[in-house]
Design a protein around this ligand. Structure first.
Ligand SMILES: [Zn+2]
Length: 248
């Protein structure tokens, strides 16, 4: 993995503009992980993907993050501060792409891989076409084989408690896929857990960064006649200093 230059980040942003969030996250991970081909990146578990997105966020915008949530009891907007270091609970490279695991539960032996971006996309589309439950479609997507006393079984034969056990096991193996943080409402003292989605959060930051950067390019190109790449190659500090003089 590596940090992205301003040009690379702007290119990734442009490629992701008209894409769903799943694709945007994959574009960012692939750009920052040149050691992975597109196929491998799409098969990274969601926890592994999010560990990489947290690392990229740290390199591009620092460790401190500010976010808001609505209190489920009184509707108050609650601001919360976190750090990428505290939120990162999985190390990069912990799980191999498409690595297979086994779970023995209720007399079943399940072989499965952890959900990756491709599985999520396939599950969302299967659920919307057939009206199935997305979480269940995702489990089906991840199952490699099912055996009971040496006999092959179908996914549809699994009882719901076995599916629940598999789902809990996947969460333990890939904890970064669901980053939770506990908040307390300053108005009504209600405590609740929020799920922090690094993909959506980071994309929103990149989006406002890109809009600011494009405006800066326009102003500096107009004032000095520099090209886009010359302006992007300036350090953020020097770009800011020149902008300050243009605006004076
Ligand atoms: Zn409240």
């Amino acid at each position: 993995m590596k940090p992205l230059s301003a040009t690379e980040l702007l290119n990734a942003w442009e490629r992701g503009l008209n894409q769903p969030i799943l694709e945007r996250a994959l574009i960012l991970v692939t750009a920052a992980s040149p050691e992975l081909d597109a196929e491998t990146a799409a098969n990274l578990s969601i926890g592994e993907r999010d560990a990489r997105l947290l690392q990229l966020r740290e390199w591009m915008f620092g460790t401190r993050l500010l976010n808001t949530a609505r209190c489920p009891q009184c509707g108050e907007k609650v601001e919360w501060e976190g750090s990428t270091t505290d939120l990162r609970i999985q190390s990069i490279g912990d799980i191999e792409p498409a690595e297979e695991f086994t779970l023995d539960t209720d007399g079943y032996r399940l072989r499965f891989h952890l959900p990756g971006s491709r599985d999520v996309a396939a599950a969302v589309s299967a659920a919307s076409q057939q009206g199935n439950d997305t979480a269940e479609a995702l489990l089906e997507q991840c199952i490699v084989s099912i055996e009971q006393e040496g006999k092959k079984r179908k996914f549809s034969e699994l009882p719901s408690r076995t599916l629940d056990a598999l789902s809990r096991h996947i969460e333990q193996l890939d904890p970064q896929a669901g980053i939770r943080t506990t908040l307390v409402c300053p108005e009504c003292a209600r405590q609740w857990e929020v799920l922090f989605d690094i993909a959506t959060f980071l994309w929103a930051e990149i989006n406002s960064w890109a809009e600011r950067t494009i405006r800066a390019i326009h102003r500096l190109a107009t004032a000095y006649g520099w090209t886009e790449s010359e302006i992007l190659n300036l350090s953020p500090l020097r770009r800011q200093l020149y902008l300050g003089m243009v605006d004076r």
